[in-house]
Design a protein around this ligand. Structure first.
Ligand code: RFL
Ligand code: PHB
Length: 388
């Protein structure tokens, strides 16, 4: 098989890149290790920045997002028994949309299939060859048969645990990493939303987050030990913990309902540089991870592939590699801003095992500053909506 761009991974990064390239008349093949049903059912992110919505709308895949996504103009910070609203739109002129990542995936898969795009699901044994030549290739197994794609470029969109980052030449690489020693316990609940807006709560027992998926499904999270197991948490124990952390002086309570999914995710910050070598480029979680507190991961994946699509378009239209050469530097500006903000939101709202009484009071005072100083609230809002 031969194509112009071989893309590894059908997450938001890989699928959107394939679609953007198609709009520019550039051919690609996407290789995905999981099944279509699996990728369309994996529950992950929920918050889209306006810039992400603009990119999806301009690419013609935003119709369902506009119809079914919920536009939010603010978020709430809860601590000390009180809730404080941060008016994102008043402070920045922008808003966010809550629309589940797996719905974005469904929209992108549908667009690729409608255009007869080549998406190969359930591939295994993916290996890269000759990425430092102008004729790279990818070997893999599909439906029990060995196969190979010859391409001009290979793009690693295969997430944090993929095979493309380890295939980067080791020399000159610099990775940056931070782990937090806690995770998030996430649940999906059949019930009406408890709040019109997302609530980020700090409590001595740990962080909690109230989000939504649809008018009948809530997405709730609480800080936990990343080594804990979902079986240790009965529904009653989960509700007791959420009520304790979200307790509030105005009588507001989180709505209970049937819990139909539970999972635990670890928290880390990670950046791997450079994001390119020869004809191999990395995008999205393959190159960087943020803790989910800032809701930035999928938005970064989208901004990476927009830069790559522009670079590849310049290469094929004008024969110039200038934009591709500048990809890592251009992408890292936004990535480090999001790394900073995600680390800051995480530090502001979680409890840390090694926190001294002094650190705990300073953290509380910082929260007071954020909700009482328009300047601090504006900085949070600008970062949250992605106005940078
Ligand atoms: P993905 O989505 O991980 O997709 C990678 C794809 O590659 C496949 N793959 C392979 N395919 C072929 N061969 C191999 N060897 C392969 N190895 C892996 C995988 O099966 C998969 O389909 O990466 P991508 O496209 O870079 O997208 C990144 C986002 O998924 C991620 O950053 C976000 O989900 C992060 N995130 C959030 N981001 C937001 O912007 N807003 C949010 O509100 C938000 N909330 C979240 C989140 C992530 C969370 N978790 C689960 C970590 C909330 C949570 C709980
Ligand atoms: C979600 O709805 O899954 C979500 C929302 C905001 C975050 C993280 C996750 O910061």
């Amino acid at each position: 098989m031969r194509t112009q761009v071989a893309i590894i991974g059908a997450g938001p990064a890989g699928l959107l890149l394939s679609h953007l390239l198609h709009l520019n008349g550039i051919e690609s093949i996407v290789l995905e290790s999981r099944s279509q049903a699996d990728i369309e059912a994996t529950i992950r992110a929920g918050v889209l920045e306006q810039g992400t919505m603009d990119i999806l709308n301009n690419a013609g895949v935003g119709a369902r997002m506009q119809a079914e996504g919920a536009l939010h103009h603010g978020i709430e910070l809860a601590f000390g028994g009180r809730r404080h609203r941060i008016d994102l739109t008043e402070l920045t002129g922008k808003s966010i949309t809550v629309y589940p990542q797996h719905e974005v995936i469904k929209d992108l898969v549908a667009a690729r299939l409608a255009a007869q795009g080549e998406l190969l699901f359930e591939v295994s044994a993916v290996e890269l060859h000759g990425v430092d030549t102008t004729t790279p290739s990818v070997s893999f197994t599909h439906r029990g048969e060995a196969a190979r794609i010859e391409a001009d470029f290979v793009i690693g969109c295969d997430g944090y645990h993929g095979v493309t980052r380890p295939a980067m030449p080791g020399q000159g690489r610099q990775d940056y990493q931070r782990t937090y020693g806690f995770g998030w316990f996430g649940i999906l609940v059949e019930s009406a939303p408890s709040s019109d807006e997302l609530i980020y709560a700090r409590h001595e027992r740990g962080f909690a987050l109230v989000s939504t998926r649809t008018p009948t499904v809530q997405r709730l999270y609480f800080q936990c030990d990343p080594a804990d197991h979902v079986d240790n948490w009965s529904d009653d124990r989960i509700w007791a913990e959420l009520h304790a952390r979200l307790e509030n002086n105005d009588g507001w309570r989180v709505n209970e309902g049937r819990i139909f999914q539970k999972n635990i995710i670890g928290m880390r910050s990670f950046v791997s540089t450079p994001m390119q070598s020869g004809r191999l480029f990395l995008a999205g979680d393959a190159a960087h991870i943020v803790p989910p507190t800032g809701a930035k991961g999928m938005n970064l994946a989208v901004s990476d592939v927009q830069l790559l699509a522009q670079g590849l378009e310049q290469f094929y239209r004008q024969g110039s590699e200038e934009r591709l050469q500048g990809y890592t530097a251009a992408a890292l500006k936004r990535i480090w801003r999001a790394e900073y903000f995600s680390w800051w939101m995480t530090s502001l709202l979680h409890t840390f095992a090694d926190a001294t009484p002094f650190k705990r009071e300073v953290q509380r005072a910082e929260l007071e500053c954020v909700v009482s100083s328009r300047a601090m609230a504006t900085a949070l809002a600008e970062n949250y909506v992605g106005a940078f």
